[in-house]
Design a protein around this ligand. Structure first.
Ligand code: GTP
Length: 306
């Protein structure tokens, strides 16, 4: 009988650390000579995260929508073709940060895929600080994070390095209260003992709350800088940016003429030097994005950088 492909679903709110974990899983699987494929879903029209996937890894991307709502029919098809085109040992699905993990799981359990796939489980990577501050978010976003915890087969509380002992114990009790018996870890940069993520068992699912990107009203928007901007001017703008921007990612060039992969999530900007000449596009993901004000602010950044 044909060996089934082991599927790992990475869930978790926007910017929580899913791609950070994906990169580690790919290295681990390569070191173990396991052929691994990736299905990546992004809300925007441009893929930024796919750069994290090495060229020799079979990759399918579903862009400009969420696999748990507008792209749900395509998810099954893409899973099917990834399996048929490649003899995969492992398939990692990185959902958008606005996806309900159960809808992704449902697609994997489709009768068309039953002979091909074995779902190892849902790993929910949670931005610990965002979770502790969740009352600042709207009801739908809060509910989505709650669902991501409740339906996980493994919970990773990420970005915990600067938290107090009391805050860490709140996270521990929240994991037990919301999803008793499910393993969890507290970590930074999604660092976990990876072997344990391949042998999870998918538990019986209770009813789930249908929270989707559409209900969340998460929208994406893109801005292209015409050239380099001054780092302090851009960061000043960023500090004042509305909290309804959940995520920014893309490429930016500063006055040192260096292009950086720029990421921003819950108040934290990060940069990685980029050696390729990438287009200077930033993708914004958030709710009620006021495109006019954002455009004006970013044009001002360009003007003040001259
Ligand atoms: N300070 C800090 N930053 C982290 C940590 N883990 C990840 N990051 C950074 O947070 C940003 C978002 O991480 P990603 O792994 O891209 O998050 P994601 O969940 O894939 O994001 P989306 O796909 O947009 O939902 C990146 O700049 C990471 O380097 C952490 O523990 N601490």
């Amino acid at each position: 009988m044909k060996k089934k492909t082991n599927v790992i679903i990475l869930a978790g709110f926007l910017g929580s650390g899913k791609t950070t974990l994906l990169k580690q899983l790919l290295k681990y699987e390569k070191a173990h000579n396991h052929k691994t494929g990736v299905l990546m879903n992004e809300l925007g029209t441009v893929s930024i995260d796919s750069d994290a996937v090495p060229g020799d890894v079979p990759l399918k991307e579903l862009l400009n929508g969420c696999i748990c709502c507008s792209l749900s029919d395509q998810l099954e098809k893409q899973l099917w073709s990834l399996c048929k085109e490649n003899e995969l040992d492992t398939l990692i699905i990185e959902a958008t940060g606005a996806a309900h993990p159960i809808d992704v799981l449902d697609a994997c359990l489709s009768p068309y895929l039953l002979e091909d796939l074995h779902v190892s489980g849902i790993i929910s990577i949670m931005d610990a600080t965002r979770w502790l501050d969740r009352d600042k978010m709207n009801v739908q976003a809060k509910m989505l994070m709650l669902e991501q915890i409740k339906h996980a087969d493994f919970i990773i509380w990420n970005k915990t390095g600067s938290l107090s002992v009391e805050q860490k114990s709140v996270l521990e009790s929240d994991a037990k209260r919301l999803n008793d018996g499910t393993p969890y870890v507290l970590t930074d940069y999604s660092i976990v003992e990876l072997s344990q993520l391949f042998s999870l068992s998918v538990k019986e699912r209770s009813e789930h709350q249908p929270v989707t990107a559409e209900k969340l009203k998460v929208k994406t928007w893109m801005y292209t800088f015409q050239g380099p901007v001054k780092k302090d001017v851009f960061e000043n703008w960023l500090r004042e940016a509305p909290s309804s921007i959940y995520r920014i990612k893309g490429y930016i060039k500063y006055e040192d003429q260096q292009i950086y992969l720029f990421q921003y999530s819950y108040g934290l900007p990060s940069y990685e030097k980029e050696i390729m000449k990438m287009p200077l596009r930033l993708v914004f993901i958030g709710e009620n994005l006021d495109v006019e004000t954002l455009t004006k602010g970013l044009q001002d950044v360009e003007r003040m950088s001259k």
